[in-house]
Design a protein around this ligand. Structure first.
Ligand code: BGP
Length: 475
């Protein structure tokens, strides 16, 4: 007994981290284009440093990325060679609506994705499409302040109506917002937010979160109206938060941290604000502007499945811990867990935590789950002949797939599929580096943007091919 028949094995990418061609095909500028590599990056990502255009003296890795815009046929053929059943990718909003609020969509952008989806179908690969993956047209930020403004709900509704209508019959699986909870951690990336001096950041973040949650429910409604076969999922940066000790105060602190994360999916899956969130907002004096229509839309349009990324668990303590390091990985804060290993970037490595996280999500929502990101960011050193022996990546993925298998076979969790993050090397979201690699396919490009962009199969390529061919039997 192993993985179910029809389990969707594959890989996941995001437009801004792989497409490049930022100014081709009628595309408008987006927030993700103007996030530089180097010391200013973090301040821009969290909305502290206003950078709404290219500035001299900075390198912007998303401008070219791995140029998938021009290489997608070659790349999809490589995914097909590994036997992918699904490929998760995201739409560049500003390819479809260059300004975000345009009256008409850009045909060149629509045709680009249509061709890409057809290419997938040709190889028997089911597209899994994230509508926005850390992606917001710059014009919507300059003109409306990003997702703090309710007008964005309407622009998003226009976007999804165009997408669902055009790609009906081609795309069945949709995700509304990548890692929606990242609004609270990377607000410029998650919601196009830039903060003014002295502004109540948390209030703005929850306002933006509300607007995205309402937009997400509208998307579910519109999808089902256009094509009842469409399946719409939410997407959470998951990873259970452990208490640092069994001291009740630590356990309580971990519970609060988990609630802060689950808040988003609670709304998307249950259709209403949970009591703890209402009380939190009340205490903080935050008004998210809930209307009677919002309440109805949220209640009537819950998601069909729960998708999530898993990189690491987290750990929380009620009091600062002397001598304990902080930082859990993937933009999460927390106390470092002394019982687990760490990646080169300090991200926790916790395969059993994957099984725990899967169980937590399934217990809480009782809806099918879809793992849409998991993987190890690592430096690859090519051998003299150019080959890459990435046994560390194989080891990481093997242990996580085993944990997922146990959750399915031992715990009875319903799981639709599994897509590893960055099956082809791409630009890292947190660092802007190319050298933090996740792929089965190596891309010849460095942190400064040099390289031939040649694609090469790593050792893990053959390994993942075998995993898929045996439906996870041979790991
Ligand atoms: C997630 C994002 C991805 C991706 C991944 C790995 O949070 O959804 O876009 O990049 O993390 O992170 P990084 O690229 O920083 O290693």
């Amino acid at each position: 007994m192993g993985f179910p028949n029809g389990f969707l094995w594959g890989g996941a990418t995001a437009a801004n981290q792989c497409e490049g061609a930022y100014n081709e095909g009628g595309r408008g500028l987006a927030n993700v284009d103007v996030i530089p590599h180097g010391e200013a990056r973090w301040a821009v990502m969290v909305g502290e440093r206003k950078m709404l255009d290219f500035e001299d003296g900075y390198y912007y890795p998303a401008q070219q990325a791995i140029d998938m815009y021009h290489h997608y046929k070659e790349d999809i053929a490589l995914f097909a060679e590994m036997g992918f059943k699904t490929y998760r990718l995201s739409i560049g909003w500003s390819r479809i609506f260059p300004n975000g609020d345009d009256a008409e969509p850009n045909e060149e952008g629509l045709a680009f994705y249509e061709d890409l989806f057809r290419e997938c179908k040709k190889h028997g690969i089911e597209p899994l499409v994230t509508i926005t993956h850390f992606d917001c047209p710059i014009h919507l930020i300059k003109e409306y302040g990003g997702w703090r403004n309710r007008r964005l709900i309407d622009f998003y509704k226009n976007l999804v109506t165009v997408l669902f209508t055009r790609y009906k019959g081609l795309v069945r699986y949709w995700l509304t917002f990548n890692e929606i909870n990242m609004i609270l951690h990377l607000p410029f990336m998650g919601a196009g937010l830039v903060f003014e001096e002295g502004e109540d950041r948390e209030a703005v973040e929850y306002l933006a979160a509300h607007n995205e949650l309402v937009a997400s429910a509208w998307a579910t409604k519109i999808a089902h109206e256009i094509d009842p076969d469409m399946m719409v999922g939410c997407m959470l940066a998951a990873g259970t938060c452990y208490p640092y000790s069994c001291k009740p105060a630590d356990v309580r602190r971990a519970q609060e941290s988990n609630q802060q994360n689950y808040f988003f999916v609670d709304v998307q899956s249950r259709g209403y604000y949970p009591a703890y969130a209402k009380k939190f907002l009340e205490r903080r004096g935050i008004d998210v502007g809930m209307t009677a229509e919002d309440e109805k839309i949220l209640a009537e349009n819950t998601v069909d499945f729960i998708s999530f990324s898993y990189y690491n668990t987290r750990c929380a303590a009620a009091e600062p811990q002397e001598g304990a390091e902080t930082g859990a990985g993937n933009a999460f804060e927390g106390v470092v867990n002394p019982y687990i290993e760490k990646s080169e970037w300090g991200w926790g490595i916790d395969p059993l935590g994957f099984r725990i996280t899967i169980n937590d999500l399934y217990d809480r929502y009782q809806k099918p789950l879809f793992v849409v990101e998991n993987g190890l960011g690592a430096k690859d050193e090519p051998n003299a002949d150019g080959s890459i022996d990435d046994d560390y990546r194989i080891d990481f993925l093997r242990r996580h797939i085993e944990a997922m298998r146990d959750a399915i076979t031992e715990d009875g969790v319903e799981m639709l599929g599994y897509t590893t993050w960055g099956p082809i090397d791409l630009v890292s979201a947190s660092t802007g580096e190319m050298s933090k690699r996740y792929g089965f396919i190596y891309v010849d490009r460095d942190d400064a943007g040099n390289g031939t962009l040649e694609r090469r199969r790593k050792k893990s390529f053959g390994w993942y091919k075998k995993v898929i061919a045996t439906n996870g039997e041979d790991l």
